[in-house]
Design a protein around this ligand. Sequence first.
Ligand code: SF4
Length: 382
Amino acid sequence: MYGNRERIKKNKPIILDMKKNIPSQIRNNLLQWYWKNDRNLPWRQTKDPYRVWISEVMLQQTRIEAVIPYFMRFIERFPDLKSLAESDLQSVLKLWEGLGYYARARNMLKAAKIICDQYQGRLPETRDELLLLPGVGEYISAAVAGISFHIPVAVIDGNVKRILARLFADPTPINDTSAKRHFESHAEKLLDRENPGDYNQAVMELGQMICKPRNPVCTDCPIQQYCEAFKKKRIPQYPQKISKKSIPLKQMIYAMILKDGKYLLLKRPANGLLGGLWEIPGGELHQKTRLKKQLADIVLSQTGIRIEVKRKLGIFSHAYTHFKLDAIVYLCGCKSGEICLNGPAEHRWILPEEIPHYPCHKLIHKMVPMLHEAAAKWVRAL
Ligand code: SF4
C-alpha cells in the first residue's frame, strides 16, 4: 500500500482528499508539487533530529545555496550531538565563519551541552522542551518538531507570511509584530496534520523557488488557482509592510599594530554582537576630527598599550542587518606599555599567515589582504 508521497514518486494516481474544501485542496496541491519537485538537499536525506536542527539553525536568515557547504563541513566535523557538545566555541566559530549571525553558533553549542547533560544526548521530542533550548525559537522548534517528531505545528517566517498575504490578498503588514498571531491562524488552517514536516517544507520551498519576494513565478505555482492576489492581478501590492527607519551607519576606526612582523589580534567578549570572534583593535568614532588621537585613545583603553599611529591603510564597508559600518584602518607601531585588556577577552600577536586559525567577522576578512600587504612591506623595509 502506497502513501501519497510514494504514489507521486512512482507516478501512480494519488488519493485526493475528498472533502473538497479550499484549505484541503491547497494543501493537496502543495504537497503533490513538493513531492514531485523537492530539491535533493543534504538535510532532506534524513529525519535525524540533530541534522534537521543544525540545518534549520543554519537556514535562519541565510540562503540555501550558502548553507549547503557549511552544513556538509559541519556534519563531517561534528557527525552527532555528542561530538558537538564536546567541542569548544573556537572550533564551532571557525566552521561558522562567514555564515554570519554568530549568536546562532554560540547558542547551538550551549544547547548541545544541555541536551547531553539533561536529555541523555537526544533532542527533546516535545515542542515545549525544544523551545527551552538556547537559540531555539518558534520557527526552529516547529520545523524540528514537524520534520523529526511528526508534531503538527505550522512554521511561520517571512517566506510563509509573504505566501499567505498573497494567497488571501491580506493587507495586514507582515512585519508588524502584532500580526504574527493573525498569520499563524491562516497557517494553522492550511497545515497538513498527517504530514506536518513535508507540508512545512513544501511551503518553505514554494517561498524560495516560486513565490519569491520579487517576480514570483506564478505560471509554475501549484496554488495559483486559489491565489487572491493573482486573481485580482494585484501581486505587487502584497505582502504589505510598515516602512521602517533607515539603517544607521556607524563610523569605525581600527589599528593594525605591528611589532616584530606580527600584529595584534583581540578576541571579542563571548556575549554580545560578534561575540567570541577575533578582530584588530579599534572601535566606534564619535567625531570626525583628530582621528589618530581618537584611535590611540581607544587602543590605550582596550589594551593598555600606547601606539604611534603612522598612516592610513584603507577604508572598508560592511552591512549587517540592523546597521552598516564604514571603517578606517591605520598602520600603527607600538610605543610603550604592557597588554592589559579592558573589554576584549584575549589577545594574540600573530603572523599574517596565522590569521586563518582565528574566526573573524566579515569586516576583518575584507581587511586581511591589506593587512598581509602591510606586514610584507614592513618586512621588506627591515
Ligand atoms: Fe505566489 Fe503567484 Fe502562487 Fe500567488 S500565484 S501564491 S503570488 S506564486
